[in-house]
Each structure stands twice: as C-alpha cells, then as structure tokens.
Design a protein around this ligand. Sequence first.
Ligand code: ATP
Length: 581
Amino acid sequence: MKVSFDQYKELYTQYISPQRAKVIFLLILLLSGISLQLISPQILRHYIDAAGTSGGLEILKVAALLYIGLTIVNQIIQIFETYIGESVAWTATNALRQVLTLHCLKLDTSFHQQHSSGEMIERIDGDVTNLANFFSRFVIQVLGNILLIFGVVFILIIENIWVGLCFAVFTVLALFTLNRIREYATPFWVIARQASAKFFGFLGERLTAVEEIRTNQATSYVMRKLHENMSNLLIKERKAYVRARALWPATILVFAVGYALVFILGSYLMTNELISMGTLFLMFYYMDILRAPLENITLQMEDFQKASASIQRIQELMSMKTNIEEENKATLSEEALAVEFNNVTFSYDKNSSILNNLSFTLEAGKTLGLLGRTGSGKTTITRLLLRLQEAGSGNLYIGGHDIRHIPLADLREHVSIVTQDVRLFSATVRDNITMFDSSASDENIVKTLEEIGLGDWFKGLPEGLYTEISPTQNGLSAGQVQLLAFARVFLKNPGLVILDEASSRLDPGTEKLVDKAMKKLFKGRTAIIIAHRLQTVQKVDEIMILEDGNIVEYGKPENLEQDQHSRFAQLKRAGLKEVIA
Ligand SMILES: Nc1ncnc2c1ncn2[C@@H]1O[C@H](COP(=O)(O)OP(=O)(O)OP(=O)(O)O)[C@@H](O)[C@H]1O
C-alpha cells in the first residue's frame, strides 16, 4: 500500500491545520533564521575588507558587534524554533495516538486476540512517534533548506556569475552523492528495527510468564534465547551503524572537494583582481553554510522514508473495520432484561461455524446456567450479548429490542460481565470499582463493599477508597478480586448480568462470600452464568448445554434431572467438573 500525495495532505489537514498559528510562527522563525545566516557572512566580508584599509577601526567595531548580535539572535530563534516545533509535533502525534487508540478499542474481540499488547504499543506509539518530525518540521525544513541553498547561490551569482554557477553544480552533485550513501544505509536500519521489535517482544512475553517459566524450569532455555536475541540485535545494529556512519566521512570528503573548489576558483579570481579578499572569505563562508542544509535535507529524506513506512502501517490499522454498526433506535429500561436468540449463527473466520442456529428465550429476572465442554461456544455467546462480536445471521433481542437498534454505550451500561480474569488497574480503589466514574458517591461504594463481604478488607486500607492499588499489589486473593468485580456491577446496576463463574480455585471461606454476593447480584436481574460448579447449577432457573455451537439441552434443572437419559442427569452423575473440564 503506497502512500499517495493526497493521503499526506489529508494527514497535514487533519493534524496540522488546527495548529495553523503555531506553524505560521514556526515558518516566520525559520525564514528569519535563514535570513540571518545569509546576512552574517556579508558582515564578515566588510569586516575583512575594512581591516585592510586605514581608518576602518570604527567599521571593524560595528561589524564585530553586529556579527555577535546576529549570532545571539540566531541562537534565540533556534531555541524558539525547537520549542514550537516540538509543541506542534506532540500535539499532532498525541491527537493521532488518541484516534488510533479509540479505533482499536472499537475493533472486535477477535482483532485483540490476534494482536499482542506489545504489537499494539508498537503500532500506537512507535509508528506515531516516527511521524513527529514529519508533522512538525518536514515540509518547513525541506522548504527552508532549499530556500537557504537558493539564497546562497543567488547571492553568489550576484557577486560573480561563475562562482554562483559552480556552487549550484556542486550543490546538486553533493545532494545526489549524500542521498545515495543514505539509501545504502536505510535498509539496514529497517532490519535493525525489526530485530529490536523481536527482542522486546521476546522480553515482554517472557516477563509476563515469569511464574510459568520458573515452575516449568525453563529459565535456562529463556536465558539462551535471550542471548540469541541479543546477539542478533547487536549484529543487525552494528551493520546499520557502520553503514550510517559512512555518511559522516562522505560529507567531510564532499565538502573537502567543495573547499578545494572555493580556494582554486577564489585564488584565481583574486589574483586576477576580480574579487576582494573579503569576497574570497565570503565564498569560503557560504560553502560552510551549505553544509547544514545539505545534511539536513538528506536527514529529512531519511526521516520521510521512515514516516512513509509508519503511515502505511497506520493506514493499514485504520482500514481494519468492525462490522458492528451503531443505531439509535431503542433504549433499554432499568428493569431486568429478557434475552432472546432467534436462529443466531456465528463464525470467527467464515470457515468454521462456532454457533449454529441458536434459539432460546430467557425471561426477564431469570437465571440461566450455561454448560458445555471447552470450546463449545459459551464465551462467544457472551461476546455477542455485549456486541464485542456481531452475530452472522439471525436476531438477538435484549429487553425486547433488536440488539442492533440499541446504542453500544446504552447496551454496555445495562449489560455487565464478570469474567474469571478480572483486571485491576494501577489506580485508587475507588477508580478500580467505579471504572473512573467520578459521579458515584463514596458512601454508596463503601456500602456496596460491605454488602458483598469486602468490608474487612476495606477497613484495612490506609487511605480508604483513595488507597492506590495495582494489578500486582492489592492485597486481594483471586476470590476477593472477583468480589471487587461484583462491586463494579452493583454500582452500574445493570438489567442483565453475565458471569463466568469462578472455578474451584477459591478457598471455602471466599467461596461462601462469592456465593452470597452472587445471590445478591442476581436479585431483580436477569443472569447468565457460565457454570463451573454443580452447586451453582442447582440454583439456576434454566439450564442450557452447548455442544459444538449447538444447544443440545435446554430446560429447568429439575425437569432435566428427572430424565435419566438427559445429558444434564449424566453430567450430575459423572460429577460436573470432570465432564465439562
Ligand atoms: N478470536 C477467535 N478467533 C477464532 N476462533 C476463536 C476465537 N475465539 C474463540 N475461537 C474459537 O471458537 C470456539 C468457541 O470458543 P469459546 O471461547 O466461545 O468456547 P468456550 O465454550 O467459552 O470455551 P472455554 O470453556 O474453554 O472458555 C473455539 O473453538 C475457539 O477456538
């Protein structure tokens, strides 16, 4: 996917146009800097020419002071230019990061399952960071440097046409040579960056699995792999650095040729009294000035290449669309919500069908126990109910409304899920419970914590609700973390609760607390529980058993149990845990 001119323009329009005033100021600073760079040598020329004449002391003093003054002003301009350039870059890249993050958050669950968090960080931050210079400086710098080169050549043509033409030819040849050398190094940088991404991916993945590595005695394997990755990175980076360094001696060589040209041409013109000593110095100085824009354009071209690669990746990400479309035709009530599946089918990849013509109705206020072997489609059903995935065909109704007619925010306000894998955030206890909603009252939160059995834990918190906790340091057991997730649901007060019931990992004390909290949670609400324990299934109103995406049994537990040939009765006889594990 090549990036077209229109796409570059679109990026500038979207992220730079809102900062027009800053960009104009940046342009003014740049033009002022260029003008000062062009004027300074003229002062020096007068200085040198005046030094050879009698009574030139006054001129010398003025020229010296003027030169120092201009140099200071130029430095101040550089500081402002850097500051504003950074500000433009950060504002634009932060806006792009926000757009990308929001876009990713809206994508289907399958997208997030296929892309690791490391990859997402690289895409949302790494690629966008590569655009910082492109946003803030690329156009201005390239334009500015071309202008500076033109300025130098123009002034020299006025001084002496042959000198000006020689400079013009030299500039074109130097630019061509430096760019060829840069192109020689660029592919090696791409390889080095890939090695770096691989290294960090490896490190990230292993660090998140420390326990598994230690308990399975895989430490030496990990260390060996780490060493391999580091060696690979070293080799690739060394190659890239050595080649990139070639640009430096090449620049020195190119400019040595340039200076030689100035001296040969200058001494010829001077000996023939066509130019003064000051003008010879002027030529020398302008050759020196040319170095910065030539190097700068070369570097900008390299950066542009990097930016283009990143833009391609960003566009690739943005082109991934969710097929979930929002409509605003219905709103859910605050009551318990009925659930109806009408011939619902679903597949993740169109090849294999995961749910086949599912049809069932769960009345408002009832509890459904969902059973099935691993991979039978239980979690997929919950994803459809929250519209994290869109059903392929058929209709799904919540609270009597077609799920496609309910705005996503309203749906997720009224349908809550508690999974076994509850995530806590590095934030206060309050934020972890309210999910950063500042409108919930502290009293209500504390009351909820007490109700669900976390009162004692709460009393031990040094700063109460404002105690900072983190995913790893929260002083909570697995069961208590589940209870905290229940607290989140209580505060939201949804009409439908989906629960991936905690398995037998819980200790008996916490299990009791969880059971009590569950009972409270289901009161006045519709609930779907992915059941892992026999005990839970006895308390539900309906049972559904899934097998390969098909409902093989649906009914009241007591009815199913009476039929000795039913799968439910068999499950109970065999002991639920073994059968569905
Ligand atoms: N993002 C995905 N892309 C492709 N296939 C998927 C994806 N997520 C799940 N599946 C497949 O869909 C099927 C049903 O998965 P699902 O997670 O719904 O089963 P489950 O009954 O909840 O299993 P478990 O009890 O192990 O959680 C499985 O075969 C699984 O491999």
